[in-house]
Design a protein around this ligand. Structure first.
Ligand code: NDP
Ligand code: OXD
Length: 316
């Protein structure tokens, strides 16, 4: 395609600062933003985060939808989503952010950061019992791009690692489980549960009281630990609080919530054993993620296959 015929981009982001994306994408292609581009027949690509429902169906010549995130539930929830390929983010930069988050939260819970911070506030000098990492199993629920990447550094830090996915996977030194049948043995062998699942009809509400009860509860640790950086609607916020209060969970780190931003009235904010971050586990940095998107558009126009395509039937 000659330079002048490069497909135009609609940038449609809700609750997201799109300025940097606009600046980078518009260096190479014409970019329009809502609402001016809403019904524009010249739009070939849509780059989106939580686009307004029914917006994309108005674009008669839309060829590809690009998610600015790894998850695509925010796109697939649109009831009139046009039947065009969806490309999601798979990128070293985003993966590194998530690996950092997982390591940070696992190590902080493991080395009892919550307890020490509370002790420090009260000037308490007390050493609690501490198990070494090789006596603790971290179970990664959602053993995909992000889950598998986090496994290596966790192993290197000495933890035992379990992985659970929909289909069968194997990884050196990791105990892998899959499907419904694999879920209970996976949970029974897990002390610290790290959730990195996508939100699909099958996974909605999966992190509930019944599931949390199946986590391993080792003597001396005072309950299992939950870390959710997948999606908020995977979990039942109220069940997490009940599991914490019943001693099933010792602590939780939550990056995602049923309702975001987390409402000011949520008891999770003040719970002494919950660590809250504002859906910032792995940020989508346009500096790193927009250039490969532009490269994919160029490749598509040369007739090459798109990479990192979403399986719409599976929902991720
Ligand atoms: P992938 O698609 O690479 O991995 C998803 C994993 O979940 C796969 O292992 C998949 O199994 C598994 N899975 C999906 N459905 C089921 C199911 N029903 N039962 C068991 N396992 C299932 O995604 P990523 O690793 O790239 O990202 C994971 C999620 O992380 C995203 O969808 C997003 O929601 C979230 N995320 C959150 C961020 C944050 O800032 N908090 C940032 C980025 C992503 P299989 O391998 O068999 O396909
Ligand atoms: C993502 C996210 O899906 O930021 O990438 O949540």
């Amino acid at each position: 395609m000659p330079e002048t015929q490069k497909g135009r981009i609609l940038l449609a982001m809700t609750g997201y600062n799109s300025r940097q994306w606009y600046e980078i994408l518009s260096q190479e292609r014409e970019v329009v933003t809502e609402p001016s581009g809403a019904a524009d027949p010249s739009i070939t690509y849509a780059v989106v985060w939580k686009q307004q429902p029914n917006l994309l169906s108005k674009l008669p010549n839309l060829r590809v939808i690009f998610s600015v995130g790894a998850g695509v539930d925010h796109i697939l929830s649109d009831p009139t989503l046009p039947d065009v390929p969806i490309v999601r983010v798979v990128a070293d930069n985003l993966t590194q952010h998530m690996t950092d988050y997982v390591l940070w939260r696992v190590l902080d819970h493991h080395r009892q950061g919550m307890l020490y911070r509370a002790q420090q506030k009260r000037r308490v000098w007390r050493e609690p019992p501490q198990r070494p990492a090789n006596d603790v199993s971290v179970g990664i629920m959602g053993f995909g791009e992000l889950g598998r990447a986090a496994a290596g550094p966790l192993l290197a830090a000495g933890f035992r690692v379990n992985g659970w996915s929909r289909s069968e996977h194997s990884m050196t030194d990791v105990a892998t489980f899959h499907g419904e049948k694999g879920l209970t043995p996976f949970l029974n062998a897990t002390d610290i549960l790290v959730v990195l699942l996508p939100l699909t009809p099958d996974t909605t509400g999966i992190i509930n009281y019944r599931l949390l009860k199946q986590l391993r509860k080792r003597n001396g640790l005072g309950g299992a630990v939950l870390i959710n950086a997948g999606r908020g609607k995977l979990q039942k916020d109220a069940d997490i609080i009940k599991a914490l209060d019943d001693g099933i969970l010792k602590e939780a780190s939550l990056d995602v919530f049923e309702v975001e931003p987390l409402p000011k009235t949520s008891p999770l904010w003040n719970h002494p054993r919950v660590f809250v971050t504002p859906h910032s586990g792995a940020t989508s940095d346009a500096t790193y993620l927009a250039p490969p998107m532009l490269e994919q558009m160029d490749a598509f126009e040369r007739g090459e296959k798109l990479k990192n395509l979403v399986d719409r039937k599976a929902g991720y």
